[in-house]
Design a protein around this ligand. Structure first.
Ligand code: NAD
Ligand code: MN
Length: 359
């Protein structure tokens, strides 16, 4: 029996609803597959923890997480706390502390869902967006001067390093290489951002020589946003900076039907540290506490986590179950259904159990 240790951090808002749903589904899967087990430890970190302790996680939180095989994360964000406090205090602390430099964001229109793009038919959208997750615009460098004065100035400095850019390029080329079309689009803004982005283009060309079987092209980020809407079928694998890919992947989530179905993995591809798996969406103040959050993003995220842990059969079984439930129309309101979180979760568990009875 293979055993994997999981640190679960639901954190805030609908994170507290979708992570328990994800854990229930994972438990059902492990029980049905019978050849692996998950040992889950839950950590009550986040905004409530902040109110009680003045920090989003304990000072030695990273040491606590380090021995785990993977981290299963909900979302941060609280109406009464500044977003930069909640984000930097927990999610970014883990991403940066564990050097999870590759953020992987697959996008597909699941069966039963409709893209808001009129021209999209099933199969037209099958993308993987690779987001640089350790430097760039979110490196945290910058400053403020002359606060409150007319000459007030604020800077936000993007940092790009040879190590940082080449390693994300390599990760993206490797992912593209494993996909049928072997096409990588390198997104920059090198017409306007003449330093960091020209550097990205140069590093792409350098790394591309190691992957002669991958076709690669350059696209400016604004043109890429338009292309995602106008000719989505022309896109396969995409690599972009922390900020550019953050924005493009929310667009990708929307184009695929809803942010409520979009998953992500924060990987340390070298596996020096645990990687972290989370739905792309945030804590969703508007629906938190109502039991109506779409758990599909979290289920897909759980499948990515299983893949990373080597449980590829379980990951595939989970996606089959999710697709079956979506195709059956058991969906939450954000994708046009009437089911709540618990109903979708129960349907996915039933599909997992049914599927295994047939096989
Ligand atoms: P959000 O992702 O929380 O919500 C955006 C919209 O999408 C809302 O209308 C919400 O109801 C809907 N939505 C999101 N997930 C859904 C789901 N699973 N099912 C159904 N509908 C869903 O983004 P926001 O409103 O910009 O931010 C709210 C808070 O979350 C902020 O504090 C923000 O900083 C934080 N945030 C955190 C993360 C993260 O933890 N990784 C990511 C994004 C935003
Ligand atoms: Mn985002």
């Amino acid at each position: 029996m293979r055993l994997h240790t999981i640190a679960a951090i639901p954190a805030d808002g609908i994170g507290k609803e979708v992570i328990p749903a994800g854990l229930a589904v994972l438990e059902a899967l492990a029980a049905r597959q019978g050849d692996f087990a998950l040992h889950v430890t839950e950590f009550p970190w986040g905004s409530d923890y902040y109110r009680a302790n003045g920090r989003m996680m304990p000072e030695d939180g990273l040491d606590t997480l380090k021995p785990f095989d993977a981290i299963f994360f909900g979302a941060v964000g609280d109406k009464d706390l500044p977003d930069d406090v909640t984000l930097w205090g927990l999610r970014l602390k883990i991403c940066q502390g564990f050097d999870q430099y590759a953020n992987i964001r697959p996008t597909r229109v699941l069966p039963g869902l409709t893209s808001p793009l009129r021209s999209v038919s099933p199969g037209d959208i099958d993308w993987v967006i690779v987001r640089e997750n350790s430097e760039g615009e979110y490196a945290g460098h910058g400053g403020r001067a002359h606060r409150g004065h007319p000459e007030e100035i604020a800077t936000e400095t993007s940092i790009f390093t040879r190590v940082g850019v080449t390693r994300i390029m390599r990760t993206a080329f490797r992912i593209a290489q494993r996909r049928p079309r072997k096409l990588l689009t390198v997104v920059t803004k090198s017409n306007a951002q003449r330093h960091g982005m020209v550097f990205w283009d140069e590093m792409a060309a350098e790394v591309a020589r190691e992957f002669p079987d991958v076709t690669w092209e350059k696209e400016l980020v604004d043109a890429m946003a338009a292309r995602m809407v106008r000719t989505p079928a022309s896109i396969d694998t995409v690599v972009a900076t922390n900020l550019h890919a953050d924005i493009l992947s929310d667009l990708a989530g929307a184009v695929a039907g809803s942010l409520g179905v979009a998953p992500t993995a924060n990987l340390d591809p070298e596996r020096r540290h645990p990687s972290m798996f989370e739905p792309i969406h945030g804590s969703a103040f508007d629906i938190a506490g109502k039991g109506v959050a779409n758990p599909v993003a979290t289920f897909w995220t759980a499948a990515m986590m299983l893949d990373h842990l080597g449980e590829t059969a379980a990951a595939a079984a989970l996606m089959t179950a999710v697709e079956q439930v979506c195709a059956d129309g058991v969906m939450t309101a954000d994708v046009g259904g009437t089911a709540d979180t618990a109903t979708v979760t129960a349907a996915v568990i039933a599909a997992i159990e049914g599927k295994n009875q047939r096989s």
